[in-house]
Write a protein that binds this ligand. Structure first.
Ligand code: HDD
Length: 730
């Protein structure tokens, strides 16, 4: 038995022992089954908690929904050519089921992908929280994480520029705990009552449903510019955070300030951070746009493949901790979800590690039916009065009712069930899965000896809210004046980026604003950006052919903070990154070299795809299917030079495709390499630079030199020197 589980059992046994002296009959925890079930919950930790619900069709005969055998797949007719009979209930059952296969897609975050994994606590954190999943070194808790984009519908492309959802469920031994967060630590609005307005403005136009999964339209920017609380989040989304390289290469945040509550009831304010162990990385915008067409499933595919290859992604779960009295001490309000706490003011305390290592068995049953709620908290964690969070506590519960066709039993769906036992007086409802034996489903009762008893902190570990929390005040329908500054932190974010990232952000704003038709909206947008930075406003204005606004300096400052740039650190691992090796399928030497490259790069977990004119042994993909978006780096093998320069044009692939793969890779800042003199020369001709002339271009050497160079290049990930920056940019 796991050490901490043993300790847990002892603790509970001791508790039960002492309670039995009080009143044996009235104590639910004296029930040996209760303990066994609870312990079983803890034991299941690393196992597949859904195993018992899985259906295995191998070696089975087909049966109807009520278990009778089904013979064939023709409907029952009056004669071979006759009409179908109403009495054909097999037909009716099958078609009826099909007609009801869909549940409403999520109103937001409809597009997503999920995976199972485990959270392992680094230590016993009872000095800061009573949350049991943080209660021991090495303690393991199963998790299910769903990543998503916000605006697009269920079939939209993964790489649309958007905030990304990062929702995590911990199946703790004291119930389900969800962190329903994003990959951006702040949010657009400060009061949940404005959420429908935000979403109506970013969703497609109500008349023609255009554009899908994109904010480049008047209504979104009209709202952003009229609701300046959006500025900070908007700046994050316009930078690389809106277009991550993969779900694995982004951080996650709980966004709101929450509370940690200790056994003694005392509490502190906290913010949740999931820090990616893969390193942060982002696509470049044009690449993301091409990907939307070439591979709309890019992110879900990446997550799936990484897990299947045994390289499941990891995140370190950390918190920033602040004393309750300091909620206003930093010059902004910790209840305001548009603010970060700069790491210099409250360092990250790493609590444990989360690893995702198992793909779902069934997308609908798991990823589509998982129903997260910020209201799913466990003992030891509490809310704050953040008005955005408060509103979410209603919205998610309500939305799950809608998604479960009005039935209240959605928590009984396998992916939503806790691993701890459920005992309460909630009854009936559509799709009730439990058969309750208790015929006295009310509290208080004497007829069932008081069961199920109400828990309290001594018996059954009761509280969900910090006992010392005081909430009072006069009724006001307004936001706190401490929420008023919408620009200083947007500027802090901008100041903290590298120069090229700043340019990417400006380019993104130019792209979005260029799609605006209404002149007044454009001017309003510039006015808001100008409150953050005159530099940004001027540079966006130039592209729009509008006059640059005069500085509006009230919120200007030169402060920077750590940890916000995506590009200023190298990646800690290159495992699972993808390299395309371009060969000529007909050239044996080229193929042999590709194998060498594959073996050597494969040692570090890099995934190599060999691309040739036709599929044959040693060739994984054809040029007709290949594209620069499919790889993080490309290498031209000896023998492919003719294809690259276009001399070897062929009907087997679109004109110029091999050269285009190299050119696009180079333009998008990826490492490119070529083995040997001839391939090296062809690569130089194609991208216009040769050995030593550009970082990240490795030409002419042998296989080993190219492998080394490409690996170094992958760690850098994108060579920012290749991107043009506005002349005179500050
Ligand atoms: Fe939300 C889904 C994250 C504000 C209402 N939200 C949803 C999901 C994520 C977030 C990750 C997808 C969960 C999944 O994968 O199933 N939402 C956030 C964050 C917010 C936020 C980080 C601000 C800090 N959301 C927010 C507000 C409201 C909602 C203010 C409503 C007042 N969100 C919803 C929803 C969704 C949802 C309509 C759609 C599907 C669902 O809940 O389960 O209720």
């Amino acid at each position: 038995m796991h050490g901490s589980s043993m300790k847990r059992l002892l603790t509970w046994a001791t508790l039960v022992g002492s309670m039995s002296a009080v009143t044996q009959a009235a104590c639910p925890f004296a029930d040996p089954n209760y303990l066994a079930k609870r312990e079983e919950g803890a034991q299941q930790q690393t196992e597949d908690i859904l195993e018992e619900y899985k259906v295995d069709d191998s070696n089975a005969y087909m049966s109807s929904d009520v278990g009778g055998p089904m013979e064939d797949q023709n409907s029952l007719k009056a004669g071979y050519r006759g009409s179908t009979l109403m009495e054909d209930w097999i037909f009716r059952q099958k078609i009826q089921h099909f007609d009801h296969e869909r549940i409403p897609e999520r109103a937001v975050h409809a597009r997503g992908a999920g995976a199972h994994g485990t959270f392992t606590s680094y230590a016993d954190w009872s000095n800061i929280t009573a949350a049991s999943f943080l209660g021991g070194a090495g303690k393991k808790t199963p998790v299910f994480v769903r990543f998503s984009t916000v605006a697009g519908s269920r079939g939209s492309a993964d790489t649309a520029r958007d905030v990304h959802g990062f929702a995590t469920r911990f199946y703790t031994d004291e119930g389900n705990f969800d962190i329903v967060g994003n990959n951006i630590p702040v949010f657009f609005i400060q009061d949940a009552i404005r959420f429908p307005d935000l979403i109506h403005s970013v969703k497609p136009s109500p008349d023609n449903e255009i554009p899908q999964g994109a904010t480049a339209h008047d209504s979104a920017w009209d709202f952003f510019s009229q609701q300046p609380s959006t500025m900070h989040t908007l700046f994050w989304a316009m930078a690389g955070n809106g277009i991550p390289r993969s779900y694995r290469h982004m951080d996650g945040f709980g966004v709101h300030t929450f509370r940690f509550v200790k056994e003694d009831g005392s509490s502190k304010l906290i913010k949740w951070h999931f820090k990616t162990k893969q390193g942060k990385a982002s696509l470049v915008w044009e690449e993301a746009q091409v990907l939307s067409g070439k591979n709309a499933d890019f992110h879900r595919q990446d997550l799936w493949d990484a897990i299947e290859s045994g390289n499941g992604p990891e995140w370190e779960l950390s918190v920033q901790i602040v004393d309750e009295e300091k909620a206003l001490a930093f010059g902004f309000d910790l209840l305001d979800p548009t603010k970060i706490i700069p790491e210099e003011l409250a360092p990250l305390v790493p609590l444990g590690i989360m690893k995702l290592d198992r793909n779902p068995t069934n997308y609908f049953a798991e990823t589509e039916q998982v129903m997260y709620q910020p209201g799913h908290i466990v003992r030891g964690i509490d809310f704050t009065e953040d008005p955005l969070l408060q509103g979410r506590l209603f919205s998610y519960l309500d939305t799950q009712l809608n998604r479960n066709q009005g039935g209240p039993n959605f928590e009984q769906i396998p992916i939503n069930r806790p691993v701890s036992p459920i005992h309460n007086n909630n009854r009936d409802g559509a799709g009730q899965m439990f058969i309750h034996k208790n015929v006295y489903p009310y509290t208080p009762n004497t007829l069932n000896n008081g069961y199920p008893l109400q828990a309290n902190q001594t018996h059954g570990k009761g509280f969900f809210t910090a006992p010392n929390r005081i909430v009072d005040g006069k009724l006001v329908r307004a936001l706190s004046p401490t929420f008023d500054d919408h620009w200083s932190q947007a500027r802090l974010f901008y100041n903290s980026l590298t120069r090229v990232e700043q340019q990417f952000l400006i380019n993104a704003m130019r792209f979005e604003a260029s799609h605006l038709k209404n002149e007044q909206v454009k001017k309003n947008v510039l006015a808001q950006i100008n409150r953050v930075s005159n530099d940004v406003a001027k540079r966006v204005a130039v592209a729009l052919g509008l006059e640059a606004p005069a500085p509006d300096p009230t919120f200007y400052h030169d402060n920077v903070t750590a940890g916000l740039s995506i590009f200023n650190e190298t990646l800690p691992t290159i495992a699972t990154l993808r390299v395309g090796v371009l060969v000529s399928s007909l050239n044996g030497g080229s193929l042999a070299q590709a194998q060498q490259l594959k073996e050597q790069l494969g040692k570090d977990g890099v995934v190599v795809t060999v691309v040739g004119e036709v599929l044959r042994e040693g060739v994984d993909q054809t040029y007709s299917a290949a594209d620069a978006t499919g790889y993080d780096a490309v290498v031209v093998a000896d023998g492919a030079e003719g294809l690259l320069t276009g001399k070897g044009s062929s009907p087997l692939f679109p004109a110029g495709r091999p050269g285009q793969i190299v050119v696009d890779s180079f333009r998008w800042g990826k490492p490119v390499g070529a083995v040997g003199e001839k391939a090296g020369k062809a690569l130089e001709e194609t991208v216009g630079v040769g050995r030593g002339e550009d970082e990240g271009v490795v030409v002419g050497g042998g296989v080993e030199e190219v492998v080394r160079g490409v690996e170094e290049g992958l760690r850098v990930f994108r060579f920012l020197g290749r991107f043009a920056v506005d002349e005179g940019a500050e």
